[in-house]
Design a protein around this ligand. Structure first.
Ligand SMILES: [Zn+2]
Length: 374
């Protein structure tokens, strides 16, 4: 009897240690290796001190100097179950060399959302990207702010200041919470700090990176606020000329809380958002694991595409992470080039970032190899 109790106690203790270590790992940021062009790192709490010391306070990486060129802001990891969103931001910050203008990159925009996973989604805690020698693990998080930071959800989330009503869980969705308010909830404070950053740094162009299910209507698209429409339409034309199918979606005026709508309305920036197609967040997917995140290949979606249930072409090749990141990187190139052509006095220029074709040819690993960043 005593032996059984002892075995049971050891089992419980091992489980507690195992889950405890897993929880602790989920609270530590994975290392990033900024390029030598880094001029400084500030915390988001510089723009709203209420975030200081919380799980939402996050690094803002700044490249280049104020030299009269454009200031551009890239937001990755608004939704931390959309890996191309933050892997594209990591790739940019680890490789960019600014020649004119300033690049601000927030790779973990909702850092609280990276510290947990959405219950019921079966997402893996990490996935590996192959490097020339070895692999580099990356974390996967949630669409929503961690409930440890904001709880409980209301029955109905009432967006401020519009009064728009959404489901309660969306009160923890950063991309329904812009522009945020000085007295808002925790997620609204993150939105408020980003809005303040855009104002105080006089950001000319915002590029908010996302992914969505292949059956979602706004997909393989650049969404643009009215002020950014010239720039985004030029970028979409350029992308199509290079054989990359992108749709141009005007930011709906009556759908509130989204970055492109509220940053466009509440600041002077050109607000854009990009979506790529990610089966690992799709409702029709089958087995969910780290392979699915990277390969983007799911047999249920191959069947769904055959009966026209997807909004993007989808076949046995899947839509791998390198294609999704490549599309974000291609859009980044074209948006900045279009902005610079339309505003030659405030042009931005950079090197070090691969083209879409280079990324497909070489894969992601050579651009994310920590050994190249001593
Ligand atoms: Zn998203």
């Amino acid at each position: 009897m005593k032996l059984r109790a002892a075995i049971f106690a050891v089992g419980v203790l091992s489980l507690a240690i195992y889950t405890g270590l897993g929880f602790r790992a989920s609270q530590v940021d994975e290392p990033l290796y900024p390029s030598p062009s880094l001029s400084k790192i500030v915390r988001l709490s510089e723009y709203d001190s209420r975030l200081r010391g919380t799980r939402a306070d996050t690094d803002v990486y700044e490249f280049g100097e104020p030299d009269g060129g454009a200031t551009i802001l890239v937001l990755g990891g608004t939704h931390c179950d959309e890996p191309a969103s933050y892997i594209a931001a990591y790739l940019l910050l680890e490789n960019i060399e600014m020649e004119r203008g300033r690049m601000l990159i927030v790779p973990r925009t909702n850092r609280s959302a990276m510290s947990h996973k959405t219950i019921g989604e079966a997402h893996p805690p990490t996935f590996d990207i192959p490097l020339p020698n070895g692999v580099r693990p990356f974390r996967m998080g949630s669409r929503y702010t961690n409930p440890l930071d904001q709880w409980p959800d209301p029955e109905v989330f009432v967006h401020s200041p519009s009064g728009q009503e959404l489901s309660g869980a969306d009160s923890r969705n950063l991309n329904r919470s812009y522009p945020g308010a000085a007295n808002g909830n925790f997620t609204g404070q993150i939105a408020f700090a980003i809005t303040e950053l855009v104002k105080q740094e006089h950001v000319d162009l915002v590029i908010d990176l996302h992914e969505a299910s292949p059956e979602y209507p706004v997909i393989n698209a650049i969404v643009a606020h009215e002020r950014a429409m010239d720039c985004a339409s030029m970028a979409v034309l350029d992308l199509q000329l290079e054989g990359l199918e992108f749709a141009l979606e005007p930011s709906p005026a009556n759908f509130r809380g989204l970055s492109h709508r509220e940053l466009g309305d509440h600041t002077l920036t050109h607000a854009t958002l990009m979506e790529s197609a990610n089966v690992s967040q799709g409702r029709l997917r089958g087995k969910t694991n780290a392979d699915l995140v990277v390969s983007g290949l799911d047999s249920m979606y191959v069947r769904a595409a055959k009966i026209n249930m997807t909004r993007v072409p989808y076949d046995e090749k899947g839509i791998p992470l390198k294609v999704r990141v490549g599309r974000h990187i291609a859009g980044f190139h074209k948006l900045i080039s279009a902005f610079s052509q339309l505003n030659p006095d405030r042009a931005a220029a950079f090197t070090g970032i691969p083209t879409y074709d280079e990324l497909q040819q070489h894969d992601l690993g050579i651009y994310l190899d920590p050994h190249d960043h001593p």
